[in-house]
Ligand binder design. Structure first.
Ligand code: DGL
Length: 279
């Protein structure tokens, strides 16, 4: 007779759904897959609508709900909203709509930055959608603790990463425009408040200078995913062979090229395809 513990946990074998407007969420995906090597993933990039950051709150919320619905219909056991902009607009309503699905979101890492600063001044770079959201205001109220938080909206920066321009003099020039006010304000911690930015971290570091520490929230998000899987008993079994599937609402060949460029070592493991979000 089969004991309880040997009944396969089908739910646990399902993939983790990872969502971003584009390729930015791959900066979270790569840490997730490294830390959780038995887990399968289902990545959705809504590149038909990227960038989200310049859209209205209602538009971002609707698009994020459509994406989450698609991931759930395709079997995701847990959702990672690997996009600060989508999380700012939709995390609360997503959790209300799907109370039984664990949903891990992102928010700019103001808390660790405020804890680590020596100068008492931290910088946050993010999209307009993230910095203008009520969620961000509440984050500052809760965690800045008297530390000066200097924000900088960086419209257009997502497009550089989407188009694969990760360095060069034009990007450096653009970054000086965004970051010089922050470095002049004597920040020593710089929060990468958009998941696209870790892919241009070298260029950002060069412009911000060696005295500034960049904070990429991907490891913290991964720990949150681990805690959820642990508490719900939903870790994939160690004998499972993970599958990584990538979908875009735009051009599959372009997403494939981006995946090769941005997370190359793992690219032999992947399948890439196009989809639309209609159920
Ligand atoms: N990766 C998204 C974020 O973390 C980019 C949003 C956009 O599409 O503008 O905010």
């Amino acid at each position: 007779m089969m004991g309880i513990s040997s009944i396969p946990n089908k739910m646990a074998e399902r993939p983790i759904g990872v969502f971003d407007s584009g390729v930015g969420g791959l900066s979270v995906w790569r840490v997730l897959v490294e830390q959780l090597p038995h887990e399968s993933t289902l990545y959705l990039a809504d590149q038909a609508h990227v960038p989200y950051g310049v859209r209205t709150h209602a538009e971002i919320e609707n698009l994020t709900h459509a994406a989450a619905h698609w991931l759930i219909l395709h079997g995701a056991k847990l959702l990672v909203i690997a996009c600060n902009t989508a999380s700012a607009a939709a995390l609360t309503s997503l959790r209300e709509r799907w109370p039984d699905i664990p949903i891990v979101g992102m928010e700019p890492a103001v808390k660790p930055a405020s804890e680590r600063t020596q100068t008492g001044k931290v910088g946050v770079m993010a999209t307009p959608g993230t910095l203008e959201a009520a969620r961000f205001t509440s984050l500052i109220e809760r965690f800045a603790n008297g530390v000066e938080v200097h924000t900088r909206v960086c419209p257009g920066l997502v497009d550089w990463v989407e188009s694969g321009q990760l360095n060069g003099p034009n990007l450096t020039h653009q970054l000086h425009y965004f970051l010089d006010p922050l470095t002049q304000a004597d920040i020593d911690q710089l929060v990468l408040g958009c998941t696209h930015y870790p892919f241009i971290a070298d260029a950002i570091q060069q412009v911000a200078g060696a005295k500034v520490t960049l904070i990429d929230p991907a490891p913290a998000v991964t720990r949150q995913v681990e805690r959820s899987l642990e508490s719900l008993g939903m870790y994939a079994p160690p004998q499972s062979s993970p599958r990584h599937r990538f979908y875009t609402t735009a051009d599959a060949l372009a997403l494939h090229a981006a995946v090769m460029r941005l997370i190359h070592p793992m690219s032999q493991l992947i399948q890439v395809a196009a989809t639309n979000l209609e159920p």
